[in-house]
Design a binder for this molecule. Structure first.
Ligand SMILES: Cc1cc2nc3c(=O)[nH]c(=O)nc-3n(C[C@H](O)[C@H](O)[C@H](O)COP(=O)(O)O)c2cc1C
Length: 323
């Protein structure tokens, strides 16, 4: 539908690289730390974790909590996941009231819960429903940018172009493509040729996602595929500076994780054990600042939260060596 494509709204991103939505990670505490440590000309925006929408619309106060109370030069998109166009539309209208500058729709989550609710990646088998959902949300949130995030397909990538065109026809202003299929889950390999296919299939901007490990990969993805934006997920958990490409030292890396502990305790009410669990989740991916190196196992085996925090404090001391 050319008429819907014609009303797409200008994208608010401040730079070409985006922090991916990640459930259990990109809540306000982690997101704010990453947004504060990167320049808006590089890190152009971020997303909330997905908000699951079943039958009833999600209230404004819940959506506002996902958006968090801090604002940055870069926009934070509120991501919704569901299968009911009406409930998603009503939630989108609440999202506008909650102050969301952008609404992203999740058509990629491979979890059993998403599949059971015919949401997320279940919709990759149903392009017309993707189109209907996007259209309903676009209509319910006039003036707010609506974007869609798909995988390359369900069992295979044969319908990639259909999926991309469905999102465009519904009125999405940007299409993010995670280049793996649902079946491929989070496999190590990533076929960027699929991103090129998506770029060729639609006239809206495409954001490429999947398999970015370094800052150089972000730039390469854009050069090789023609995508306007590049999104990074797991590599940002291990290196929050990946967007700027700045190499940080051991002390600065440890400082990030300690700031994360403080934010989780003060802003999210996390217990020491809860905060330590979150830090260890990042340590499982950590590559920045030669903090972890070959010693990852001993960091992850640390069961006492205070000992873990103390180890980070020692690493933060100038001139500290790997421990
Ligand atoms: C822990 C975790 C949680 C995720 N949660 C979401 C989510 O809430 N919404 C979404 O669209 N994708 C989610 N994803 C997928 C990522 O956004 C991204 O598409 C995927 O990790 C591929 O990018 P990467 O290879 O750079 O990690 C999640 C991925 C991970 C690892």
């Amino acid at each position: 539908m050319a008429s819907m494509a014609a009303v797409t709204t200008a994208l608010p991103f401040t730079g070409p690289f985006l922090l991916a939505p990640m459930e259990g990670v990109t809540e306000p505490c982690f997101r704010d730390l990453v947004l504060e440590r990167n320049h808006p000309h590089e890190l152009g925006g971020a997303f909330t974790e997905f908000v699951r929408v079943s039958d009833a619309p999600i209230p404004v106060r819940v959506l506002a909590k996902h958006l968090g109370d801090r604002r940055h030069p870069m926009p934070v998109g509120l991501q919704l996941m569901g299968s009911d166009p009406l409930a998603l539309g009503q939630t989108a209208s609440n999202a506008v009231e909650a102050g969301a500058p952008l609404i992203d729709l999740n058509f990629g989550c491979p979890s059993k819960g998403a599949l059971a609710g015919c949401a997320g990646s279940a919709l990759l088998d149903d392009p017309p429903r993707i189109e209907a959902i996007v259209r309903s949300v676009v209509r319910a949130a006039p003036g707010v940018v609506v974007t869609a995030k798909i995988r390359a397909g369900g069992r295979d990538d044969l319908r990639l172009e259909d999926l991309a065109r469905a999102a465009e026809a519904g009125g999405a202003s940007l299409l993010t493509v995670h280049c793996r299929t649902r079946l491929e889950a989070y496999r190590d390999t990533a076929d960027w040729g699929r991103l090129e296919r998506a770029v060729a299939a639609v006239s809206i901007p495409v954001c490429g996602n999947g398999g970015v490990a370094t800052h150089g990969d972000l730039e390469r993805l854009i050069e090789r595929t023609g995508c306007r934006f590049a999104m990074v997920g797991r590599a940002a958990l291990g290196n929050p500076w990946i967007f700027s490409g700045r190499a940080v030292g051991r002390a600065e890396a440890a400082g990030f994780l300690l700031d994360y502990v403080v934010a989780l305790r003060a802003r999210a009410g996390a217990t020491p054990r809860g905060a330590a669990g979150r830090v260890k989740q990042l340590l499982g991916h950590w590559t920045a600042g030669e903090l972890v190196g070959a010693d990852r196992r001993s960091w992850l085996m640390e069961t006492d939260p205070e000992r873990l925090f103390e180890r980070l404090r020692r690493a933060q001391q100038p001139g500290s060596l790997a421990s």
